[in-house]
Design a protein around this ligand. Sequence first.
Ligand SMILES: *[C@@H]1O[C@H](CO)[C@@H](O)[C@H](O)[C@H]1NC(C)=O
Ligand SMILES: *[C@@H]1O[C@H](CO)[C@@H](O)[C@H](O)[C@H]1NC(C)=O
Ligand SMILES: *[C@@H]1O[C@H](CO)[C@@H](O)[C@H](O)[C@H]1NC(C)=O
Ligand SMILES: *[C@@H]1O[C@H](CO)[C@@H](O)[C@H](O)[C@H]1NC(C)=O
Ligand SMILES: *[C@@H]1O[C@H](CO)[C@@H](O)[C@H](O)[C@H]1NC(C)=O
Ligand SMILES: *[C@@H]1O[C@H](CO)[C@@H](O)[C@H](O)[C@H]1NC(C)=O
Length: 581
Amino acid sequence: MAWLIIILLCLGNSRAQLLDVTNTSYLDFEDRLFGLLVRLQLEKFYDTLLVYGKDCAIPSLFERLQVPAVLVSSGSTNFDWNFSSLTLILSCSFQAEREENYRTLMKLQINRRLILLKGDIRPESVCDFYSRKEQHNIAMVKENFYQFGVVYSCRLFQHQNYEKLNLIDGKSIYIDQFRNMHGSVIRTLTDKKTPRTIPYRDDETGEQKYKGYVAMLINHFVEKVNATIEMQEDLIQEGNLSFVDITDLISKDLLDIGICEARTLKMSNYDSISYPYLMSSYCFMVPMPDEMAFGDVYLAIMAPTVLIMLFVIFCICSVLIIYMKERSWRSLSFSSVLMNDICLRGFLAQPFPFPRQSNRKLKLIFMLVCFSSLISTTMYVAYLQSFMWGLPIEPYLTSFDDWKKSRYKMAINIYEREILESLNVSLEGVEIFQHDDFARLRKSFNTEYLFPVTALQWFTFSEQQKFFSTKMFTYTEDFCLNHFDILSIPIRRHLPYRDIFEEHMLRQKEFGFTKNWIDESFNDMVKANLTSVEDLSPPPKDDTIEVHNLYWAFTMYFVGMGMGLCCFIFELLGPKRYWRN
Ligand SMILES: *[C@@H]1O[C@H](CO)[C@@H](O)[C@H](O)[C@H]1NC(C)=O
Ligand SMILES: *[C@@H]1O[C@H](CO)[C@@H](O)[C@H](O)[C@H]1NC(C)=O
Ligand SMILES: *[C@@H]1O[C@H](CO)[C@@H](O)[C@H](O)[C@H]1NC(C)=O
Ligand SMILES: *[C@@H]1O[C@H](CO)[C@@H](O)[C@H](O)[C@H]1NC(C)=O
Ligand SMILES: *[C@@H]1O[C@H](CO)[C@@H](O)[C@H](O)[C@H]1NC(C)=O
Ligand SMILES: *[C@@H]1O[C@H](CO)[C@@H](O)[C@H](O)[C@H]1NC(C)=O
């Protein structure tokens, strides 16, 4: 009997509570919602609460939570708000959130949403609704959630699209659904441009596979999230597909991720590209400058300014010697300065008579003559011999102006035309090729042209050049289309796992995988038979020096000898007194 009474009492008590509850006691509801929000904050911190709708916008609740709350009672904003990824969205009822600003939507795509359901709306349809909008972090509670502690959380890749959780169980309400995609499809395409993607056929399975620092990044991602990759070959209309076409397809939401670089030029917004993956410069590979001809070496080292300076020093020494010897300006004349016996011999590094009674000043001048002769003769001998041994090269091209004056043509592909135009470079001397033809021409190391190339692509060319007997091209860091080029991956605007992909990208780079793939890119290309280790450089020139190469040296020699001979003959024939003077 006592038991019965106790049970009845208990029943009465809980009935009273239930009655209390159905009274939609405001205070109680606030308490319970507060408890739920605190619980969610413990699960994962949020720094802002974004509330859509009016019914649950309770000021005292936000005060207790100590989290700033943004109230959107009309359900939509027409402004590009920048919410952090740590924002929790609270919807006071199903479809209270009617956000239409797509940029705000994009930023709030991966945020957690808590929806208070009213009436008998089924969780399935709610999950379906949000799933279609590609918003997947959804949990909902019914109005009476505090009675039973039930939370519904949407789930992807599962037979039932939601999970019924009990708050008391302590299971986490939101999970990272895209960490395991259970084999679902990632739609993609590749432009097969080396070294970013290096297509090869797997020997075992015969399948087409891809290596390279962009393709491997995506291969690893697919493996990490347990997805499968599907090449959307039917989207290719013409046989050749470029990164521009892929970026277009991505911006039309027909692909998820492109295995190529994203086109970043002339974009109104950067919604459909990823965070920058790699940075490099985008400059020109120019043919190695020509060597100077043997015959020109002699003229090249006879710089007029140096000759004039030597001549001035000669004259000064000559004047000083004459003055010091005679201690007067009387014997100073044009011919005695120019034909000064001591100076002439001294400057040609020949022995000359040293006057016996010479004072200190005269000795000092003789020393100067000796030094200048030593320096000038050794300088010219050293120049001549070293230049004959290793011919000097013409200056490198370092600007568009240098290039305009040179004999080279510039080869670019159709997409680089816009860059040149934006740099205000006239297209004279520029040949524009289709994307594939351009790649083929650049691969052939044609030294008629200079080619734009990124530092990353140049790496494979410079590796290939190591197999050549002479270097054919060089990469200029000061002659560029763009000093700071960004390689991003095209990804769909509303890709729900964008954050996971970008985090993956940075982790792979941080771990050193990317560097390794870049370093291996040339080897991989050789293995895939996409490049060769053949020597493409021209056969080495016959670089022996022949007599005709020294034409100018001999000419000068014979002119000098001839002049000496003339002087000698004059000396023999002329009146002796003149010479004695
Ligand atoms: C609900 O409870 C409040 C007190 O918490 C009371 O003032 C109100 O009259 C009740 N409403 C109904 C319909 O019972
Ligand atoms: C949000 O950021 C965008 C640029 O990313 C800017 O145009 C917009 O004005 C910002 N919104 C606010 C409210 O500051
Ligand atoms: C990956 O997805 C497949 C379904 O395609 C599933 O059978 C497998 O268990 C998943 N792997 C893991 C580690 O969950
Ligand atoms: C594809 O290549 C052919 C020949 O190389 C060219 O005529 C055509 O314009 C290219 N199509 C596209 C879309 O680039
Ligand atoms: C572009 O170059 C032309 C001459 O080549 C010059 O007249 C013009 O001012 C330049 N424009 C700009 C914006 O630099
Ligand atoms: C490699 O490619 C060349 C042409 O580019 C071809 O002649 C050769 O047969 C290929 N070698 C292999 C092993 O596929």
